[in-house]
Design a protein around this ligand. Structure first.
Ligand SMILES: O=C(O)CCC(=O)C(=O)O
Ligand SMILES: [Fe+2]
Length: 342
């Protein structure tokens, strides 16, 4: 049974137990949970195998009997494992850290949807193959000929208006000029995006290009309401990633890292959902998805997606198209709205 520990968190521990924390094996290094279960079953009944964390390379094996765990630890720790491609496993006893019951987690990973409609978040849409491979190449070479700005872990470019990371806003008085002509085919496709009843209301005047190396993501945030209007389009190029969406029932417009620890401590009610973004797909966040849900790209080198482990490519480049807002936001999600908070 490899699907049973979705609601349990584990830590490495020195006291003996029937759970083993096993490092250096898992889907990220090409070893499935089923293979791990088979290898450890040589020492007794394995109740479950699941991810110890989101790395894809550390798992917890839970035996029915403590004696089986002891035998497996003695046989496998620090030696090449003949049943797992000769990998050297690093094994400790593990104890249960905490339990929670996120129904959307499988084997310790958040279950990832392939279709936006599965998420059941109003206002979120994903169009796959939004651009062809040729268009993808052209867009990438266009930005690669231009100047990148280095942030701590990723590179960015801004068109139309510069995004100021310190204030999470734009300086509306300083326009960088019209969006360049290499974007025209994409802007044209955006203007007839399905799912938007009034396509006449789609105006785009700002683009942020992000280049993420593997292992780099984006911290959870809601794009500042007062900075941008209600449609946020994000085109994924060159590589895939997953995007996680979080709704904090007691949240505010501030990013979770800035909210006081007291507020965070009182805020156990977070709904988490995840969506796989393949290269050449266009994501639209509108309505509730844009205004009330944080979006987040985990800082992973790969993502567990429906039983497969998908490595991040050498880079993912996203084009985020938005319309800069010129007055306060009057959305109906005032709890998450900086224009409607004091
Ligand atoms: O890379 C992405 O798809 C999202 C970028 C984003 O959320 C942002 O720039 O605010
Ligand atoms: Fe964003």
């Amino acid at each position: 049974m490899v699907n049973e520990c979705s609601s349990t968190r584990f830590i490495s521990s020195s006291s003996s137990s029937s759970n083993l924390y096993v490092a250096n094996c898992g889907p990220y290094v090409g070893i499935s949970l089923d293979q791990i279960q088979l290898a450890f079953s040589k020492f007794g009944e394995v109740k479950s195998v699941c991810a110890a964390d989101q790395s894809g390379a550390r798992v917890v094996v839970s035996f029915s009997q403590e004696s089986s765990a002891k035998a497996a630890l003695e046989a496998f720790d620090g030696k090449p494992c003949p049943y797992l491609s000769g990998r050297i496993l690093h094994i400790r006893y593990s104890s249960i850290l905490q339990t929670s019951s996120p129904s959307s987690q499988v084997n310790g990973f958040l279950s990832v949807s392939l279709e936006a409609s599965e998420l059941q978040i109003p206002g979120i849409y994903l169009l796959k193959d939004f651009v062809s491979s040729e268009e993808e190449e052209e867009l990438l070479s266009a930005v690669d000929c231009r100047l990148w700005k280095n942030l701590a872990k990723r590179r960015v470019q801004h068109y139309g208006y510069e995004f100021m990371y310190e204030t999470r806003n734009v300086n509306t008085k300083h326009c960088l000029g019209e969006l360049p002509s290499f974007l025209s085919p994409i802007l044209k496709k955006i203007s007839s995006f399905p799912n938007i009843t009034d396509t006449g209301s789609i105006i785009i005047d700002q683009l942020t290009v992000n280049e993420y190396p593997p292992g780099v993501g984006l911290s959870p945030h809601i794009d500042t309401h007062s900075a941008f209007e209600g449609f946020i389009f994000s085109l994924s190029l060159a590589g895939p990633c997953i995007m996680e969406f979080r709704k904090y029932s007691k949240g505010s417009w501030l990013p979770p890292a800035i909210q006081s620890t007291v507020t965070r401590g009182e805020n156990p009610e977070v709904i988490r959902k995840a969506l796989f973004l393949p290269p050449r797909s266009m994501l639209l966040l509108s309505g509730e998805a844009r205004y009330a849900w944080h979006h987040y790209i985990p800082h992973h080198k790969g993502d567990a997606v429906r039983g497969d482990f998908i490595k991040r490519a050498s880079r993912r480049v996203s084009f985020t198209f938005r319309k800069v807002r010129n007055g306060p936001c009057c959305c109906e999600f005032s709890q998450y709205c900086d224009s409607q908070s004091d």
